[in-house]
Design a protein. Sequence first.
Length: 269
Amino acid sequence: MASEFKKKMFWRAVVAEFFAMSLFIFISIGAALGFQFPVSENKTTTPVQDNVKVSLAFGVSIATMAQSVGHISGAHLNPAVTLGLLLSCQISILRAVMYIIAQCLGAVVATAILSGITSSLPDNTLGLNALAAGINSGQGLGIEIIATLQLVLCVLATTDRRRTDISGSAPLAIGLSVALGHLLAIDYTGCGINPARSFGSALIVGNFKDHWIFWVGPFLGGASAALIYDWILAPRSSDVTDRMKVWTSGQVEEYDLDADDSRVEMKPK
């Protein structure tokens, strides 16, 4: 773990998570806020936001950021995804902790900037996640678990280097999965499948009501996806104790990192 801490590649990856997360939050929540909604000229006076627009904004922005920094950090951009990859023994504990810190900081910075830009919007909650009327905490938790489970399952499946049948774009597939999660969860919880994104809004607005749901739900969903994929759908042949060594060594099972220490791209042994 100490050796990984000293590598420039490691810190480039942490910075990439912070930078990409900041852009992702700024673009996606900025699209969700919007000064021109409702549009009085078109008589769209309903206060309900366009769920398709918001879902696509989150999905496309994630796909764009994944394409931009995926070769540097893996483009987790979500603590639940990071947890899933940790439990799948693909990253070290140190990397997981630093990624989650960077993701949360990126979300806070982006939300703070948006707060200044959209300060004149009435009742601006900066995309704060909250339970819809009639939804209790247990129901909201279930929605978050399912929405996050399908996302992390998609990440694990599309980035599985044992597969030879994938010819499309992994970032696009993950982006569509994010959009799908939002289409499912927006009307129930505002969609909190990204704990860092939820944390940024809650911290800047100063409202942590039911905030635990947006950490526990995604973490349970991410953990469940890792266990289901690695133990039921696509079990690995290597010994569990050998795989767990990645938590301290930082070496990815079945692959070696490039020797020049410039990228996190992996090559088969």
